[in-house]
Design a protein. Structure first.
Lengths: 336, 336
């Protein structure tokens, strides 16, 4: 049996090997991903983001349990460095997470997100594609919510949940920092704390006014992606972000949240019947992959025959400038 | 007089034109940047980052006034969407900022940070290079602090100030989210609030234990940049991050903070006598520029002759997969 067959059968060791290949940037990874591609597209990919301290991990934990009780298999990809899933936990969290360790229907994997050339989420989307092809029903992707990288990862998700906690400073400011645009569902977690209703009210106000809704974004179809200045997601037409209050530690509100997730999933599946919607998603997916492959190519060129070392030498000598040298390198890369 | 001469003389209209070229990605921008390069290197570049609500803008405002009182010219680059400098202000903030509007020794410019292919801080570092060549004494770069993009921009800075406010949630968690590694100076702002001393204590504890200090990072010189998984900065050897308490609204603690900034500046200048240090900084600078030029090349290839449209067509047909198509595009790009 080939690794492809084993991965498709969700053989845990084959899966682990593939994810290691992806993480290491091994050439076998790309070959396998190409073959897996046509098997993917069935999973429900749910992004969970928010600032540190919003309670994302506890929420993820509760969602795992809930999905399992409905017989769904769940894979978790944690790329939030403060998440207990990725090892940044205080002891109590780590123990709590272990309840899923013996469940074969749960797969948890954490990743460092930094790629070549000092930037870029490199492997996360490959990992999500692979998990999708493996046949996990639900893929939960946990990130911290502010940066470009995290927004990119969340674009992978079909449904993005933005988690907040009341009293963590000025919510309006946080909202302005770009988080509003990516949410399909808002969760005001730690809703037993003072200020929860206020946070819900503020969010609702932001949704009601000023804000370009996902509906309008979807209406613009592929065109929105050509607008390089904005980080935008492709959402089912007509979807209006919902707000849920939860207390993840006690489980309060989780059933309602699950209902919201299912509702959005249905809207997503409906939207996927429209070719423009599919086209826009494929375009985004392709651009993400193209960029990563372009980068990998650039990096291997610079590492080849001490190119980078020679370039730095010329900068030290002051015999050229980095703009000219970078242009020359990009041209030379094209000729090799 | 050429635009180069005018820019070097800090002619305000020539400067504005250059920044517009940079922002638009006009070919004139690159030409001018190449010529300006050998004139840069004198400015003190100070990054100011932190979560929304930490009071970065008020702090920046107070620092401008302080530097001006010492006869230093100040340029501000705001790429924090929630900053009043970039228009995300509530009315009170906006009015407050206007006090600098008539001062010729102050230049304020805000930018959208999103580049081609759905990611990447594209122009900010060019803007900073240009402002440096123009001869501004101090360049303040304000960003929100969590994402990769923001960390990249902060790597441009010689001195990075991470701003926090007490009581904004779990500081320890925030620290784990990657902010600790980039700080030369911590500011606990809103220090008249409850919990300020606790935040200082927590920070100090994190600095005292566990944490890889900038000192060690500098010790590893250029090597650290080859480690693509980490976002690291190059710091003067022996520098231990300092913590300052401020109340930016009243100006309390600003003098002490300024003292800290000057101390770090002196350490930076001293470190620059070491070739390894300079080499590491040049390497980082080159890689940032290389990556941007590589991206621009990739994007213009995809836009040329409907390449991207054809690719999406093949994905819609299901006649290929995005990995294969991206590899082909990267190869084809090399041949044009």
């Amino acid at each position: 049996m080939t690794i492809l067959d084993k991965v498709l059968k969700r053989d845990i060791r084959a899966c682990a090997r593939l994810l290691r290949w992806i993480d290491d940037g091994a050439p076998e990874a790309r070959t396998t991903l190409k073959q897996l591609y046509h098997h993917s597209g069935q999973a429900s990919i749910i992004g969970i983001t928010g600032n540190p301290g919003a309670g994302k991990s506890t929420l993820t934990d509760k969602l795992i349990t809930k999905f399992r009780s409905r017989n769904k298999t769940v894979a978790v990809v944690a790329i939030d460095p403060s998440s207990p899933f990725s090892g940044g936990a205080i002891l109590g969290d780590r123990i709590r997470m272990q309840q899923h360790a013996t469940d074969e229907g749960v797969f948890i994997r954490s990743f460092a997100t930094r790629g070549h050339l000092g930037g870029l989420t490199s492997t996360t989307s490959d990992v999500v594609h692979a998990l999708d092809a493996m046949g996990w029903d639900i893929i939960l992707v946990e990130t911290v919510g502010v940066g470009q990288d995290e927004v990119e990862v969340q674009r992978l998700a079909h449904t993005t949940v933005v988690t907040m906690a009341p009293g963590m400073g000025d919510e309006i400011q946080a909202i302005k920092a770009g988080i509003l645009e990516i949410a399909d569902i808002f969760v005001v977690n730690k809703a037993d704390r003072e200020g929860a209703d206020r946070t819900v009210k503020d969010l609702q106000m932001m949704l009601d006014m000023g804000y370009i809704s996902p509906k309008e974004m979807a209406h613009h179809g592929g065109a929105i992606l050509a607008d390089n200045r904005k980080q935008q997601r492709i959402c089912p037409e007509g979807w209006i972000p919902k707000i849920y209050k939860t207390v993840a530690t006690t489980g309060d509100g989780i059933d309602e949240l699950l209902g919201g997730l299912e509702e959005h999933r249905a809207a997503y599946i409906e939207a996927s019947k429209d070719e423009d919607f599919v086209r826009a998603r494929l375009r985004q997916e392709f651009l993400d992959i193209f960029r990563r492959i372009l980068f990998a190519r650039g990096w291997s060129f610079l590492m080849h025959e001490d190119h980078l070392k020679q370039i730095i030498g010329q900068l030290i000598d002051n015999s050229s400038d980095p703009y000219t040298l970078a242009e020359q390198a990009v041209k030379a890369l094209g000729r090799t």
